[in-house]
Design a binder for this molecule. Structure first.
Ligand code: ATP
Ligand code: MG
Length: 557
């Protein structure tokens, strides 16, 4: 039994470390955390980290904390706290107890800073930013000691107290750990651990005007919470030295260990909050939850299911190798989900009218349409048929060769779930576009081939003009024209101006009153769609989540 269970689990180097730590008795239970900074919405990269941290807690019957890393009040906001909580829940994960905040520990952190000062391991530095930068050295050259490095403990204590009391302006001084200005790791060259910031904080209000730096805060917060494995992305690899240094030099009896894995990079989008913030602020997109955004909120609005995102994170795995994942990987996950779980329906995105001249005017009939071609348990639904129906403009041509298996003048085609019709003549607008196709139908072809053995190969979708709902369809394309926009000088230059295509068409009646559990339909032949929250009672708005087939490979060419 246990064997079968573990086979379903992902395996990766972090899980191997955990297995080892459990086997050796180093830990008897596992505690992880997900530590977002509340300065933006979560994106699909965060989902990778969420699936890793919460997934481990789940599989090892451990716990995972949600901890807001809120040490930078100027850029943070409670609205981001709320969106992050919503997104984690929506992905299907539950954090242990209440959500936590690094700011919960500001008193303790301040105490540990004083402890370092007492031990001669921290000092208040009044050097200007320029001097600090100069003394820091480079990757090739060691740094040099600050003039304030050897200030005595008493003075440092007094100055830190004054900093804390608000006696100094921002940038006037900072508290630095006294480590090693010649270290090959820049982060060990006496890093700043506290800075002056006269800012209101969403959790602590105006209590503080000094705020601890991330590197100092993170490891201590982990230790306070008893985290066993602190998982972060590779850019923090060097900072692990500082992480361990802080824990070793303060009085706390827990030593969490940091492990790094590679960040998710996804083609044709950006996954850095700084850039996502810019897209929102400069209105390149319609907000954080714009369906073109790689945010969890954007993907949700686009029609992605939580299961498809979790599945994606499983498929990409967790390694230490930097890589760029193809968008088609993500799309395959939602397509696989919706292909099985989304009921079929019909909608016409770019309509022209078909008038069936031998169908009685004012008459209507109800036909049964299967909800899924391969799953009878999904049942059937009633659709209406009458004299006028909408079809897709691209499904009709006045003349075409045999490859075009749709409606052609003087030829026949089957209307899906209904009859065979033949096109007789057309009506055009002033510009010469076909607006109406006049047809006749064969009443003896409902659910069966024509009796005289005529072969009708093509099948097209349609909706009954008498009952259809006018609907808006939003079709999305990749947000950027290049696979790696972050590598451009200005990534906004690579924005695809045609990433949104809005169509006014018709959807079969009854859809909005019957939104399926999975939240999406497959509109036959046009893709998977979900209802957007811009929908009104008069007019539904549908977002195309993804097309029926992978179109990315083609785009590369
Ligand atoms: P950004 O660089 O986009 O601002 P961040 O790392 O600063 O992201 P945080 O809110 O601090 O954002 O991230 C919370 C957690 O999510 C961190 O542990 C971080 O390593 C992880 N994370 C962020 N981006 C990715 C990504 N692209 N792939 C995997 N994990 C990520
Ligand atoms: Mg961060």
């Amino acid at each position: 039994m246990r064997m079968a269970e573990t086979e379903h689990r992902p395996t990766n180097f972090i899980r191997q470390i955990i297995d080892k730590d459990l086997a050796s008795g180093l830990h008897d239970s596992i505690k992880t955390r997900f530590p977002p900074e509340p300065n933006g919405f979560l994106h699909i990269g965060h989902a990778k980290s969420i699936c890793l941290n919460f997934g481990i807690a789940k599989d090892y019957t451990g716990t995972c904390n949600l901890r807001f890393d809120d040490t930078n009040p100027a850029k943070e906001d409670i609205s981001f706290v709320n969106s992050i909580k919503e997104d984690v829940k929506w992905l299907g994960f539950a954090w242990s107890g209440d959500e936590r905040y690094s700011s919960n520990y500001f008193d303790q952190l301040h105490g540990f800073a004083n402890e370092l000062i007492d031990k001669g391991l921290a000092y208040v530095d009044f050097s200007s930013q320029e001097v600090m930068r100069e003394l820091r050295g480079t990757l090739k050259e060691p740094g040099k000691n600050s003039a304030y490095r050897d200030t005595d403990v008493e003075t440092n204590k007094r100055e830190f107290a004054k900093m804390t009391a608000g006696d100094y302006a921002e940038g006037e001084c900072s508290l630095r750990a006294k480590i090693d200005m010649t270290s090959p790791f820049m982060c060990m060259r006496d890093p700043v651990i506290y800075r002056v910031k006269h800012a209101h904080h969403h959790q602590t209000g105006d209590k503080w005007c000094v705020y601890p730096m991330y590197d100092f805060t993170h490891c201590i917060s982990d230790a306070i919470e008893g985290i066993t494995h602190s998982l972060c992305t590779l850019e923090f690899q060097d900072n692990r030295r500082l992480y361990d240094w802080v824990i070793e030099n303060i009085s706390i009896d827990c030593s969490p260990k940091q492990y790094e894995f590679s960040r998710l990079n996804l083609e044709y989008t950006v996954l850095s909050k700084r850039r996502l913030i810019q897209l929102v602020d400069e209105k390149h997109v319609h907000g954080w939850d714009d369906p073109r955004m790689p945010t969890v909120a954007g993907l949700r609005r686009r029609g992605y299911t939580p299961g498809s995102i979790v599945e994606f994170c499983k498929r990409i795995g967790v390694t230490k190798m930097d890589n760029m994942v193809e968008m088609s990987m993500l799309e395959a996950c939602i397509r696989d989900d919706l292909n099985v779980n989304a009921p079929r329906a019909m909608a016409v995105l770019d309509p022209i009218k078909v008038v069936i001249e031998n169908y009685e005017e004012g008459a209507t009939e109800t036909l049964a349409a299967p909800n899924h071609p391969n799953d009878e348990t999904m049942g059937t639904r009633d659709i209406t048929f009458s004299r006028e129906v909408w079809i897709e403009a691209e499904d009709f041509r006045e003349s075409a060769n045999k490859k075009f298996k749709r409606l052609v003048l003087e030829k026949e085609v089957r209307l899906r779930n209904a009859y065979v019709v033949k096109a007789n003549r057309v009506e055009k607008d002033e510009e010469g576009n076909v607006t109406t196709v006049y047809c006749t139908y064969d009443p003896d072809t409902l659910g069966k081939d024509p009796a005289d053995g005529r072969k009708v190969k093509g099948v097209i979708h349609w909706v009954d003009a008498a009952t259809a709902n006018a609907a808006e369809f939003r079709l999305y394309d990749r947000l950027f024209n290049v696979p790696n926009p972050a590598a451009e000088e200005d990534f906004t230059d690579a924005i695809n101006p045609e990433s949104l295509d809005v169509k006014q068409g018709w959807a079969e009646a009854g859809l909005i009153d019957n939104v399926p559990a999975v939240g999406a339909w497959q509109f036959e032949r046009t893709g998977y769609f979900c209802l957007d929250n811009d929908s009104t009672a008069e007019k539904p708005v549908f977002n195309r989540t993804v097309g029926l087939r992978d179109t990315w490979a083609k785009m590369e060419g």
